[in-house]
Design a binder for this molecule. Structure first.
Ligand SMILES: [Zn+2]
Length: 268
């Protein structure tokens, strides 16, 4: 099944671009040029930074560079660069729906040859707590492993960058990078993701169930369409909409930009 998905929790405020989702254990260093609200929160993407840096702030804080939401340093310190309600720039076509976590890998000092190393114990412990906080804050991200980068349920949950990078990307999947052959975050880290999943699944309030129907509404003028099973349909009149709402469809109000993006994703 495929789904548009929206937060059902306290984060609808992000349609207004409010700063509502800052991880309490993060060292917060806001990269101020990112202000667009993300229309959807469907997955956490894990990355490896190919860096020995203690912080990525000075790199991210340069116009034109990408920027993730988080960085997990060698000692497990979590830095946050933007509210998780804001759209980051680390996952290309997945930016509208992805919360991105970069991580230290000791490149050039600890990692000098061979494949990308796994997360160390301090990083893994931090990633478990951070990921649980993200899933509690954005309940549209289910506690399950993603399988691909198709903009549907199969790509929701705990994910990693190369699911959207050729040659690992499946044919109908989105490109999460323009690079070819970038292994991010590498076999060793990917093999650790199930440990993070196991940890977050200890919270039994998190739901693995996909929402059946979502009404996507443009806040400025009320234009709406419905997404059922990942397919969008135009709503002919308000009676239709009321019927879907009575049947349990949730409504998400989006900015003009967010609505245009959702339209191109689900109505074309
Ligand atoms: Zn990456």
């Amino acid at each position: 099944m495929g789904f548009a998905n929206v937060d059902r929790g306290p984060t609808n405020a992000y349609a207004e671009g409010g700063r509502v989702a800052i991880y309490p254990n993060a060292v917060v260093k806001i990269v101020g040029r990112f202000t667009d609200a993300a229309p959807m929160r469907n997955r956490v993407n894990f990355h490896t930074a190919v860096s020995d840096a203690t912080s990525l702030f000075s790199y991210f804080n340069v116009y034109g560079n990408p920027c993730s939401h988080f960085y997990v340093a060698e000692d497990g310190t979590v830095e946050q660069y933007m509210d998780t309600a804001i759209r980051s720039e680390a996952d290309y076509q997945g930016n509208d729906s992805t919360i991105s976590i970069e991580s230290w890998d000791g490149y050039g000092r600890v990692w000098t040859s061979g494949a990308v190393p796994g997360w160390n114990a301090a990083q893994l412990a931090s990633l478990k707590r951070l990921t649980l906080w993200i899933l509690r804050t954005h309940r549209s991200i289910p506690p399950k492993l993603a399988k691909d980068s198709i903009p549907a349920w199969s790509s929701f949950g705990l994910s990693w960058h190369r699911l959207g990078i050729d040659p690992w990307r499946v044919a109908s999947g989105l490109h999460w990078s323009t690079a070819y052959g970038k292994t991010c975050p590498g076999d060793a880290k990917i093999a650790q993701v199930p440990q993070i999943l196991q940890y977050v699944k200890t919270d039994h309030t998190l739901s693995e169930e996909p929402p059946d129907m979502v009404i996507i509404r443009r806040a400025s003028d009320g234009a709406s369409f419905i997404v059922i099973g990942g397919k969008g349909s135009r709503l002919i009149n308000t009676a239709d909409m009321n019927q879907y709402m009575a049947a349990g469809a949730q409504t998400v109000n989006l900015t003009d930009a967010g609505y245009a993006q959702a339209q191109s994703r689900y109505l074309s």
